[in-house]
Design a protein around this ligand. Structure first.
Ligand code: BES
Ligand code: ZN
Length: 620
């Protein structure tokens, strides 16, 4: 009898453990919407406006304050749910009444969820809270990591789902909010946001902001530091540390010309000012399209305007992304593909077709490289992807950017530029401030481009491009004239003849990039030595060239680069540079250990998003 009992209890135990296969922290206790990567019930109760009151504490690396949300409860829901990630919630009031609240268990990288009971007629919730020093949206910099070396600095990066570590919010791109903010900084600092911005420091350290145009949560942004402003014209200028200001304003002086080109394509710029914040070097990405104030890496300040294409890209997001916004991160190509296409059209206007062809080609090479890495049949090579349980950041590959852009180029070439430009302009105007899904976008194309020309649609093979993997054979591709002669030089190199300075006199960094990518990896260190003697590549101050050169140097075992590489890895935080460099080092027997030593030395300089990305390379 006891034997049987034991047997049954064992069975019961097994059955129970079968029902809950994963450990507790792997299953969210509050409803988690996997498709939207969100805990919020934004469809029932929808946030409309934020009043954010916040104080910046550099010594504790904490932002403390109150997020007061105005919401609409159309569905008469009994609770309002927010996304929050490692926020310490202190107190909650609904329509002035103190109320209890419930925080769910942590669910991987998505946060915890915050649930607050509400009653019919309620419309305001005030949440008093503190951020964690490890908030993934925020990087806190020591004075030593700034140009001025005297004051600390902080900046945020909320795309894709990091806003929830800055403040409790309904962190989905499908809804939009307006905001006001009051930010208290220490003395001598300036705060700037994705909003109407001050142009001078306030001795009290108190700053007020308004963003009266509705934006999704991922476009909330803040930077605090020794920041000053220099105007370029009436509506554009640069924010950066004082010692960088003149150089940055000089580098970005073509912004008005770019803006004119962008408006010709997209229609009037709707956001008032267009300014750029040049962040400290640890900024984890190239640029971020925060409305009214693009945040950008200082690695674009090359001294010769050769890398300002990035500004054309972020500016283009003022239409594709910020005006018409991907409804879910699965539709990311609607943000990044449209923007990359738009960026190239701006550059064609401001720099000419021969120049622009080089940008298309480098992008095409990036695309082929990802297609090769993922494999042609990988579902992640579809334009419309399924992120599933992964972090939305994993979707930011060259596929949505470059496959998206080249698809739109094919549509343009098929229907003709005039018709396509009219379509693009109408697409932005008629869906302004709305979320956009892939299906809705394709339906709009059908209606405005293909209704009278079903043959165009089948010739393009829209379905295959958007929902199929790999790259269809009708992908437009023109090999740029200016790379033709780079190819000749590369062939010459193969016959042991070195380049002369003469050959490269007219080269932009783009020709250099094509050249460096085209050299054999590895090459013999003596070839690199000869190139260095003539072109001083190890000394380059152009970050894009430096990255390609160091990468070649690592694969070739060319030790000369090591001090420069070390200095680069100590300050630059841009993932696009660090990931390939560390990957290359880890893959080589010679520098594998060095990679770990360097990472250990500098990991505290890196943005939390960069550091976690780099850690994942070792575990791959
Ligand atoms: N929206 C992105 C920034 C971004 C990238 C946010 C990845 C979150 C994750 C921005 O518009 C962008 O694409 N930046 C590029 C530069 C651009 C010229 C391709 C970048 O940062 O490298
Ligand atoms: Zn972009």
């Amino acid at each position: 009898m006891t034997k049987y009992l034991l047997f049954f209890s064992l069975l019961l135990l097994l059955a129970c453990s079968n029902e809950q296969p994963s450990n507790k922290s792997n299953s969210p206790s509050l409803n988690f919407n996997h498709a939207m990567q969100s805990f919020s019930n934004y469809e029932e109760v929808t946030c409309k406006h934020l009043d954010w009151n916040a104080t910046i504490d550099f010594s504790k690396k904490i932002i403390s304050g109150t997020a007061t949300w105005k919401f609409e409860n159309k569905a008469k829901a009994k609770t309002i749910r927010f996304d929050n990630h490692a926020l310490a919630i202190k107190q909650v009031q609904v329509n002035g009444r103190s109320t209890n609240f419930n925080i769910g268990t942590a669910f991987e990288k998505f946060g915890e969820g915050l649930e607050i009971p509400i009653q019919e007629g309620d419309s305001v919730v005030a949440i008093q809270y503190e951020t964690s020093p490890n908030a993934t949206a925020i990087q806190w910099l020591e004075p030593s990591q700034t140009a001025g070396k005297k004051l600390p600095y902080l900046f945020t990066q909320c795309e894709s789902i990091h806003a929830r570590s800055l403040l409790p919010c309904q962190d989905v791109p499908a809804i939009r909010i307006t905001y006001n903010a009051q930010i208290q900084t220490p003395q001598g600092m300036m705060a700037v946001m994705s909003a109407r911005n001050p142009q001078e420091k306030d001795p009290s350290g108190k700053y007020s902001f308004t963003m009266e145009i509705p934006i999704p949560s991922y476009l909330i942004a803040l930077a605090v530091g020794d920041i000053s402003y220099k105007a370029i014209n009436e509506r554009s200028g640069v924010y950066t540390e004082p010692s960088m200001l003149d150089k940055a304003a000089q580098e970005l002086s073509d912004i008005p010309t770019m803006m004119k080109a962008a408006e010709e394509l997209g229609g009037p710029y709707r956001w008032g000012h267009y300014d750029v914040l040049i962040a400290p070097p640890s900024f984890p990405i190239g640029g971020m399209e925060n409305p009214r104030l693009t945040f950008a890496t200082p690695t674009i300040i090359a001294g010769d305007k050769s890398l300002v294409t990035l500004i054309a890209h972020e500016m283009a997001h003022s239409w594709s992304g910020n005006l018409v916004t991907n409804a879910t991160w699965n539709d990311l190509w609607l943000n990044e593909g449209f923007t990359t296409y738009f960026e190239r059209r701006i550059m064609e206007k401001v720099a000419g077709k021969t120049y622009n062809d080089m940008l298309w080609e480098l992008g095409y090479q990036d695309l082929l490289s990802d297609l090769k890495d993922f494999g042609d049949t990988s579902a992640d090579t579809k334009l419309r992807i399924e992120i599933g349980d992964r972090h939305p950041e994993d979707a930011f590959t060259n596929i949505p950017y470059e496959k998206g852009a080249v698809f739109l180029r094919l549509v343009e070439e098929t229907v003709g530029r005039e018709k396509f430009d009219l379509f693009l302009n109408n697409y932005f105007q008629s869906h302004a401030f709305q979320p956009m899904t892939t299906d809705k976008c394709l339906a709009y194309m059908d209606e405005h481009l293909f209704k009278e020309h079903p043959d165009w649609k089948s010739k393009i093979n829209v379905q295959q491009w958007v929902f199929g993997s790999g790259l269809p054979d009708n992908c437009p591709h023109t090999f740029p004239e200016r790379f033709q002669q780079v190819e000749e030089k590369l062939n010459g190199m193969k016959q042991e003849n070195m380049l002369t300075e003469m050959d490269t006199k007219t080269w932009t960094p783009h020709e250099w990039l094509h050249f460096l990518r085209g050299l054999p990896h590895p090459s013999s260190p003596s070839v690199l030595e000869k190139l260095d003697a003539t072109f001083h590549l190890t000394q380059t101050t152009n970050a894009e060239i430096a990255m390609e050169w160091y990468r070649l140097g690592i694969s070739s075992g060319y030790d000369v680069i090591l001090p420069k590489l070390d200095a680069f890895l100590s300050s630059v935080g841009r993932k696009k540079f660090l990931v390939p460099l560390y990957t290359e080092m880890i893959a080589s027997t010679k520098y594998k250990k060095l990679a770990l030593d360097i990472f250990k030395k500098y990991q505290n300089n890196y943005h939390p998003q960069t550091a976690s990305k780099l850690r994942s390379i070792w575990s791959e």
